[in-house]
Design a protein around this ligand. Structure first.
Ligand SMILES: Cc1ncc(COP(=O)(O)O)c(C=O)c1O
Length: 398
């Protein structure tokens, strides 16, 4: 006889978008039951730090990106630091970095003994301005960190100017996993490498994590060693049958490996990444239509960019608008916002320790108080975008 009192197996519902519960959240990792199952499998496997899951992720990323080598690391910050370490910069090196970025883009150079030279940005994309970079290159620059802001690839002229000057480029692609440019899908072709972030708010996440994609076997080998203190053999390979457990240390590396627990989450997200990106594209198109109707609002990028990864939906408020007041009004309407970015040259440490490139950073200064990032993630629906646009129209109309 069946036990009538037994409770039926309850299927766990997919985690719901925060938007369905009320507020329009700024970001959402969109964790699904498949993600949870993938992490549980990794937990149950008996090997939770860097091992077979990380290996598989690296191969799957290389296939998706269409590139020869991918090395999983603990963050985009670590990937940048490793790529710059590979360049073995000379003492007193100066590294060009856009002032409109996150501090990590510049600190990777600082950790390698270099001084950041902050260059201005293009007002339509907030990416590094080729003219400002050209002026900086003329002053003797050892490397350039090219940041693909919001998932829009830098102007092709950035690569051309650096190639002409013989200056290596490290691509900060923290926002740009899945983006493409004149080279095709972005993975560091022609540069030292592309550094991706899988931080919790990024288009694809492992909670914390990142990857360095490169065409160079030497860079990849260096990164594999450098991410694990410079040791010649990782613990997984030392653990394999037949391994003798010995290793050497040839370079003072850092601790920046990507554990299997996190790689498992990244693999699960990668499996549905095209759907996540399609969703972002739908939302960005809806934003563009809704924002066009709000007087005084400029959308970044100013024009749609076909290969953009649609990581952020940034707007520029009308000059003279009190951004804090707008952000509070949006929060009161249940819409969470953020700011990307406060230009580096305005931070205390940078004021004392960085250089500003020739010609200064007038565009960044003009736009610094005007940028506001609106919610954008696949758990939103077009109604959330409409609600955000209405709230913004109300906030700036007051
Ligand atoms: C432009 C940029 N570069 C680098 C990073 C660092 O990424 P991670 O947190 O993976 O180190 C971020 C993080 O948000 C970023 O926005």
């Amino acid at each position: 006889m069946p036990d009538e009192t037994a409770r039926p197996e309850v299927e766990r519902p997919p985690l719901r978008a925060i938007s369905e519960r009320g507020p329009v959240s700024f970001a959402d990792p969109g964790i699904t039951v498949d993600d949870i199952a993938a992490v549980v499998r990794a937990l149950e496997s008996g090997w939770i730090t860097t091992g077979p899951e990380c290996d598989k992720l690296e191969r799957e990323l290389a296939t998706y990106l269409g590139c020869p080598y991918v090395v999983g690391v603990s963050s985009c910050t670590a990937a940048l630091e490793i790529a710059l370490a590979w360049l073995d910069l000379p003492p007193g090196a100066r590294v060009a970095v856009p002032t409109w970025t996150f501090v990590a883009s510049a600190f990777a150079a600082v950790r390698n003994g270099a001084t950041p030279v902050l260059v201005d940005v293009d007002p339509h994309t907030l990416n590094m301005s080729p003219a400002s970079l050209e002026a900086a290159l003329a002053t003797g620059i050892s490397a350039v960190v090219a940041v693909h802001f919001g998932g829009v690839a830098v102007d092709r002229a950035v690569h051309e100017l650096c190639a002409a000057a013989g200056v290596p480029v490290v691509e900060d692609a923290a926002h740009a996993f899945g983006a493409s440019d004149h080279r095709g899908r972005l993975w560091g072709e022609g540069s030292v490498g592309a550094c991706f972030s899988f931080y919790a708010t990024k288009n694809m996440t492992s909670g914390e994590g990142g990857a360095l994609a490169t065409s160079s076997e030497e860079v990849a080998t260096f990164a594999r060693t450098y991410r694990l203190h410079g040791l010649s053999a990782a613990s997984w390979s030392r653990h394999l049958d037949g391994a003798n457990g010995r290793y050497d240390c040839a370079v003072p590396g850092i601790k920046a490996n990507l554990p299997d627990l996190l790689a498992a989450l990244a693999r699960s997200q990668l499996a549905r990444f095209p759907d996540l990106q399609a969703r972002r594209r739908t939302l960005v198109e809806r934003y563009r239509a809704g924002l066009a109707a709000i007087p005084g609002i400029e959308v970044v990028p100013a024009l749609p960019v076909a290969g953009a990864a649609d990581h952020l939906q940034v707007v520029l408020l009308e000059e003279g608008t009190d951004r804090d007041r707008v952000a509070v009004a949006l929060a009161d309407a249940g819409v969470t916002t953020s700011v990307h970015f406060q230009p580096l040259h305005r931070f205390e440490w940078f004021r004392h320790n960085a250089e500003i490139g020739p010609g200064g950073v007038p565009v960044a200064d003009r736009l610094a108080g005007r940028a506001l990032s609106l919610p954008l993630h696949p758990a939103l629906d077009v109604a959330d975008v409409d609600r955000t646009c209405n709230a913004l129209a109300g906030a700036v109309g007051r």
